[in-house]
Ligand binder design. Structure first.
Ligand code: SRM
Ligand code: SF4
Length: 564
């Protein structure tokens, strides 16, 4: 007997192109929630129903329904935001959300804590600011990320243009979004919408696309379902290497789920890219597992059929073969802080935002600081996949004014941060994430000073080390690409993983399972000592651990693979 389709397939099929009964649920004043089925559909509109987990137990005792509120995520290709948009988004953070703006690991904004009756006005305001939330979540192609490259203006323009184009061309076509959120005219009877690419049941699972321009792998291109590596020679875009099947999510104790780096399958010319991207999405639409969502991502489709068969199917649908992959080299996958002069004489300032959370807390008036910057800034902002922000395209004459605002709001910490702090990324986790098993964003400020003290005692204060924290194995901070990573198991307990490289091309491995903070620090202390004594010039921590034999990496699975 064959396994039944997953329940989400039924929900999508019956949803009339993502409408379900969302509109009716929003109008119901009796509860702050919406139905389970509608909540699944709501994701395709860019929102999740959540409840404040800090208050869950207390409200249960008081026989109150959970403290429901919605998380909303924007779709911002390449993470580019104009100052006017910034001001609009900031207003929503204080007017409707919990007073914070959250930069995500896919270079967009999230708002948390929006109560039901405020969801529609928030969506409408985002639309008025010429942005959208459609397909920011759900079984569709998500926000397309690309390098925010502050150094070469042509390279950035190119990455931005391609991310925007792919994002638009691969967006759902349903009118449901307009109808529900923007008071678009409702269609009478069975909707006539067509989804030429997706069909009525969309994709088996989420699908992520990212574009990197070597030598910067600042988007972690090998963590994408479809990673594109731009090949630029003598200033001219020749095309893209195509990498497929990246993904981070796993489930503790279930070996059939695993993080995987994307495999490079070939090279395409720029004019071929839209069709190639669409075809890869279509093969996943048709071949992906619609029975078991745990195995539905492209990485499992590829491993089930084999990379060669997957590539052959893509090529047969395209009617042409991909060219052999071109040579490329990545240097690093973190952000570079401070001012950088672009090759066109404009200046770009990268600010570190711890865990991407823009809030006003104590001396750190980061939300206000960015608002003040947005009021005077003439260029644009770029969000990064490391949860930071670049104040981009600043005229030399305006730098002092920007610096003054940055300093006045405590945003200038990047000047003195340690190497590990400069490379720390933490996912949201508690209290909003329903899947969190342990703290992440809220744990970072506790664990960082302890790691810094340890590193400092070995003279390693400035050693750049990629630290990634996730509250569960889903891997939203891409922890399997951390030189050091903590992956939540339960309250105060983590798997300690070690040994990824600094270029996003090698996965780390588990070093200690289900350990608490003292055990984490005890495990790291001798490794830091060894690293301080025996590292080679310029050798990164992860590479050292592999060379010294502290960890063993199965390179057949954990290192970037190039298909013949
Ligand atoms: Fe994620 C689910 C937050 C990037 C893998 N992720 C979630 C949810 C929506 C929890 C849920 O399903 O109920 C989290 C909401 C928490 C909250 O309260 O805000 C959540 N993910 C995030 C963000 C906000 C983390 C952050 O700190 O920035 C990132 C938003 C990105 C965006 O703007 O679109 C975020 N999530 C990622 C990434 C990183 C990336 O894409 O580069 C990954 C790993 C890459 C990948 O997809 O394989 C990631 N999130 C997941 C998964 C595991 C998927 C899987 O294949 O197993 C889940 C769970 C799921 O989908 O069932 C998940
Ligand atoms: Fe939530 Fe887990 Fe993602 Fe962290 S990694 S945001 S805990 S789903």
């Amino acid at each position: 007997m064959s396994t039944p389709l997953s329940d989400l397939e039924r929900i999508k099929a019956e949803s009339r192109y993502l409408r379900g009964t969302i509109a009716e649920g929003l109008a119901d004043p009796v509860t702050g929630a919406i139905s389970e089925d509608d909540n699944k559909l709501l994701k395709f509109h860019g929102s999740y129903l959540q409840d404040d987990r800090d208050l869950r137990e207390e409200r249960r005792k008081q026989k109150l329904e959970p403290a429901y509120a919605f998380m909303l995520r924007a779709r911002l290709p390449s993470g580019v935001v104009t100052p006017a948009q910034w001001l609009a988004f900031d207003r929503l953070a204080t007017e409707y959300a919990n007073g914070t703006l959250r930069i995500t690991t896919r270079q967009t904004f999230q708002w948390h804590g929006i109560i039901k009756r405020h969801l529609k006005p928030t969506m409408a305001a985002i639309h008025e600011a010429l942005a959208t939330t459609i397909a920011a979540c759900g079984d569709v192609v998500r926000n397309v990320v690309s390098t925010p490259n502050p150094v070469e203006s042509e390279a950035h323009a190119l990455a931005y243009a391609w991310a925007t184009r792919l994002s638009l061309e691969l967006s759902p076509r349903t009118r449901a979004y307009h109808e529900i959120w923007l008071d678009g005219e409702a269609l009478v009877g069975e909707p006539k919408d067509e989804e030429p690419l997706y069909g009525a049941t969309y994709l088996p699972r989420k699908f992520k696309i990212g574009l990197a321009i070597p030598p910067l792998n600042d988007i972690d291109v090998f963590a994408q379902d479809l990673g594109l590596i731009a090949i630029i020679e003598q200033g001219e875009l020749k095309g893209f290497n195509v990498a497929v099947g990246g993904g981070m999510g796993a489930t503790h104790g279930d070996g059939s789920t695993y993080p995987r780096l994307a495999s490079v399958i070939g090279f395409v010319a720029p004019d071929q890219l839209p069709r190639v991207a669409e075809t890869i999405v279509a093969v996943q639409r048709d071949w992906g597992d619609r029975h078991e969502r745990k195995h539905a991502r492209l990485k499992y489709t590829i491993d089930r059929h084999g990379l060669t068969a997957f590539k052959a199917e893509v090529e047969s649908r395209l009617g042409f073969a991909l060219q052999p992959a071109r040579a490329y080299r990545f240097d690093h996958n973190g952000d570079r802080y401070g001012w950088i002069e672009g090759n066109d004489g404009r200046w770009h300032l990268t600010l570190q935002i711890e865990s991407g959370r823009l809030a006003d807390v104590g001396g750190r008036r980061w939300l206000t600081g960015l608002r003040e910057l947005a009021k005077v800034h003439q260029g644009d902002f770029r969000l990064t996949c490391n949860q930071n922000v670049i104040v981009a395209n600043v005229a030399a004459a305006d730098r002092d004014r920007i610096d003054a605002i940055v300093a006045a709001h405590g945003l200038d910490g990047y000047r003195s941060y340690s190497g590990i702090r400069r490379h720390a990324v933490a996912c949201v986790a508690l209290p909003t994430c329903g899947l969190a098993m342990a703290e992440s964003e809220r744990y970072l400020p506790d664990i960082l000073p302890k790691l810094e003290a340890l590193l400092e005692s070995h003279g390693l204060r400035d050693a750049p080390i990629l630290l990634r924290l996730s509250g569960c194995p889903n891997g939203c901070s891409r922890p399997y690409l951390g030189e050091i990573a903590l992956v939540g198991r339960g309250p105060g307990r983590y798997d300690l993983r070690l040994g990824a490289d600094f270029r996003g091309q090698r996965l780390n491995v588990s070093y200690r399972e289900n350990v608490d903070e003292p055990a984490i620090l005890n495990a790291l202390a001798p490794l830091f000592a060894d690293y301080a004594d025996h590292r080679r010039p310029g050798e990164h921590f992860g590479d050292f651990l592999v060379r010294a034999g502290v960890i063993e990496v199965d390179t057949s699975r954990s290192q970037v693979e190039v298909a013949a």
